[in-house]
Design a protein. Structure first.
Length: 289
């Protein structure tokens, strides 16, 4: 279900408590506290690759709904998940999508020229499946370098113990459909636990199609967070390793959909890297490891 921009803007949330000290020192963050969740509002300069993907039921109307988010990987390609491009089981059409890139305020744009049309939707190897939850949106027009900056892709296996960060918009309290109007980021915890194996459809030790994080303190993704990036922080820059595919709470007595005991499964981009390179063009991409 989508929420009308005219009513409430609701993407996914980055829930949690802290960022690594080095990350804090590199940028101007503002602490926030809301309900059950604490985190940090993000500095725009480090998130020029963030994408907000909107659905327009009628292209001739101003009404639009936030579908999900993703990341800019070249000047005309957005990387997201296939699962976010559906409405009640029906696939969204390219003509009804618009994308805003490089903004930390939800829905922010200075006009139609900053709401980019989509010329093509590409699913992994041409097939949309939850077992390979990744998709590319080709934009009708290239995004100027002054407006947004493509993110680097992690082209090696993610390592247990690495600093990893989730960024996104959305609910700061899992019991409310109340979004964060600004981009929020927080550290999350990579996991290789029994719960990852139990609840992960295809999880294999974070080196297969999925990466797993498990929250013991509330630093978790939340409802509506599809497509939000899992980022490795290394040598002063952010490198995208995965995109939120789905989440679940491992405690059957916990009515919260996310937070403590929350598991999030991300599409592992390194696993799909060969396809991404073929579609986008390896020379137009940036990599880190």
């Amino acid at each position: 279900m989508f929420i009308s921009i005219a009513q409430i803007l609701f993407l996914g949330s980055a829930l949690g408590v802290t960022l690594s000290p080095d990350m804090k020192n590199k940028q101007t963050n503002t602490a926030l506290t809301s309900g059950k969740v604490t985190g940090m509002y993000a500095n725009p300069s480090q998130y020029k690759f963030m994408a907000q993907i909107f659905y327009l039921p009628n292209v001739n109307s101003n009404e639009s709904f936030l579908a999900c988010n993703g990341v800019l990987v070249s000047n005309n390609y957005i990387l997201t998940t296939g699962g976010c491009l559906s409405d009640g089981g029906d696939d969204l059409k390219k003509e009804n999508l618009r994308v805003i890139v490089g903004k930390v305020n939800l829905g922010e744009s200075s006009g139609p020229q900053e709401r980019y049309s989509v010329s093509e939707i590409l699913y992994y190897e041409g097939v949309k499946t939850p077992n390979a939850d990744v998709a590319l949106l080709k934009l009708a027009n290239s995004i100027p370098a002054a407006a947004a900056t493509p993110v680097k892709l992690l082209n090696c296996p993610i390592q247990q113990g690495q600093d990893v960060i989730l960024s996104g918009f959305g609910a700061l309290d899992s019991s409310m459909n109340e979004p964060s109007r600004k981009l929020v980021h927080t550290n999350v915890d990579l996991a290789r636990t029994a719960n990852c194996a139990i609840y992960g459809r295809n999880w294999r030790h974070n080196d297969g199609t999925q990466i797993c994080t498990e929250s013991l303190t509330g630093n978790d993704s939340c409802q509506g967070d599809t497509g939000a990036p899992l980022l490795v922080y290394k040598s002063g820059e952010l490198i995208v390793a995965g995109l939120v595919s789905y989440g679940i709470n491992s405690n059957p007595k916990n009515k919260d959909l996310c937070g403590i005991n929350g598991l999030t499964f991300y599409s592992n981009l390194n696993y799909f890297m060969g396809w991404i390179k073929r579609v986008v063009g390896e020379k137009t991409l940036k990599f880190g490891c």
